[in-house]
Design a protein around this ligand. Structure first.
Ligand SMILES: CC(C)(COP(=O)(O)OP(=O)(O)OC[C@H]1O[C@@H](n2cnc3c(N)ncnc32)[C@H](O)[C@@H]1OP(=O)(O)O)[C@@H](O)C(=O)NCCC(=O)NCCS
Length: 330
């Protein structure tokens, strides 16, 4: 478990982007053996957004980044680091952060990707905090972007109904106006990695001309993932609160990873946070993995649910397994 407390760190701008194309549960019914009723009752998801042909994770991240920079009142040229969370990059190389940098019309920043699956944004906050601690004049652009619909097996109804595309972004500095990152905790258990996979790496060596196999797409043991997600999101949330002398009574809003409404409700129950203080928007977007938390933050602000003065608890869980929690004071 890693931690970085007592370091001044402000999250100064937020932005989010979802593609125009929407796939409703009723659209899925037409080509997957499923129903709106099943998806709604088991997950809470009603629709998800899908990148257009030719539009990639870097494009979504760039749109979100522009909005985050505008929200922070900053120009792209002020950015010193671009750090990008994704498990569905445009390429294995070059990294998506470099593509975002180029699309923003800048060069020279330190730019790299990292993969913590759905925990990417919270992991990114932890890394951004470490960067500004080491370099107090750093201006970090954190993007979290996914093109998951490109890695769904549309013949596997147990996974393809769950995910969507989108991106979120934030600008992080040591000072200035913005939400104070009070604390962040990240953890993992690689022994459980096989329960949620997306192949296409060098583990399965493809030869030129080979068709891709099922391993190329999202594969998941949903029931096991569900149990670990609830247990670990709740536990790490309690840990980050406890070590700051806080309880959930001190939290105005819980913004959890938007994977499944039943997971979110179970985490809220374990933490004793009533439903009206838990933000949910997965009915609109599905599970957008790393993008889900920053997408939810931007959405909660836009809807007036998240307001200045509020302390927000972020909780995430994803493939790896990875999980994390953060306290942001707006
Ligand atoms: C995937 C998930 C929704 C499945 O819900 P569940 O209640 O566990 O359902 P089960 O897997 O037990 O399946 C129940 C039945 O529904 C069927 N089913 C699965 N997907 C279906 C779908 N899209 N439409 C209709 N039926 C479906 C199954 O085949 C099974 O049928 P059977 O009993 O005849 O075998 C749930 O396990 C889950 O959300 N897990 C967490 C996944 C997640 O969020 N992962 C990302 C974390 S970052």
């Amino acid at each position: 478990m890693t931690a970085s407390r007592d370091i001044a760190c402000r999250v100064r701008g937020f932005g989010a982007y979802t593609p125009v194309d929407v796939l409703t549960n009723f659209d899925l019914e037409k080509f997957v053996e499923t129903t709106d009723e099943w998806i709604t009752t088991r997950t809470g998801i009603k629709q998800r957004h899908r990148l257009a042909e030719g539009q990639n994770a870097s494009d979504a991240a760039t749109e979100a980044a522009r909005l985050a920079l505008a929200d922070a009142g900053m120009e792209p040229g002020e950015i010193t680091h671009v750090i990008n969370a994704t498990c569905t990059p445009d390429y294995l190389c070059p990294n998506t952060a470099c593509l975002v940098e180029a699309k923003l019309g800048i060069m020279g920043a330190m730019a790299f990707d990292f993969n913590a699956a759905c925990s990417g944004y919270v992991y990114g906050l932890s890394m951004a905090r470490a960067i500004v601690a080491a370099q107090p004049d750093a201006r970090v652009l954190l993007t979290a972007t996914e093109a998951l619909t490109r890695r769904l097996n549309w013949a596997d109804r147990t996974t393809c109904v769950l995910f969507g595309d989108g991106a979120g972004a934030s600008v992080i500095t040591a000072d200035g106006e913005g939400a104070l990152l009070e604390d962040v905790l990240c953890a993992s258990d690689g022994n459980l990695g096989g329960l949620l996979t997306i192949g296409g790496g060098t583990h399965t060596p493809y030869a030129k001309g080979d068709p891709v196999g099922e391993d190329f797409f999202v594969q998941m043991n949903g029931r096991d993932v569900f149990k670990h997600a609830v247990r670990n999101m709740a536990a790490i949330s309690q840990d980050v609160l406890a070590r700051n002398g806080l309880t959930t009574d001190d939290v105005a809003l819980l913004i959890p990873h938007q994977a499944n409404l039943r997971i979110i409700e179970a985490v809220g129950d374990r933490l004793g946070v009533p439903a009206e203080r838990v933000f949910v928007n997965l009915h609109e977007f599905g599970n957008t993995s790393a993008a889900s938390v920053p997408l939810a933050i931007a959405d909660a602000r836009a809807k007036g649910v998240l307001r200045p003065g509020m302390r927000v608890l972020l909780a995430t869980f994803g493939g790896g397994f990875t999980w994390g929690a953060a306290l942001l004071h707006f």
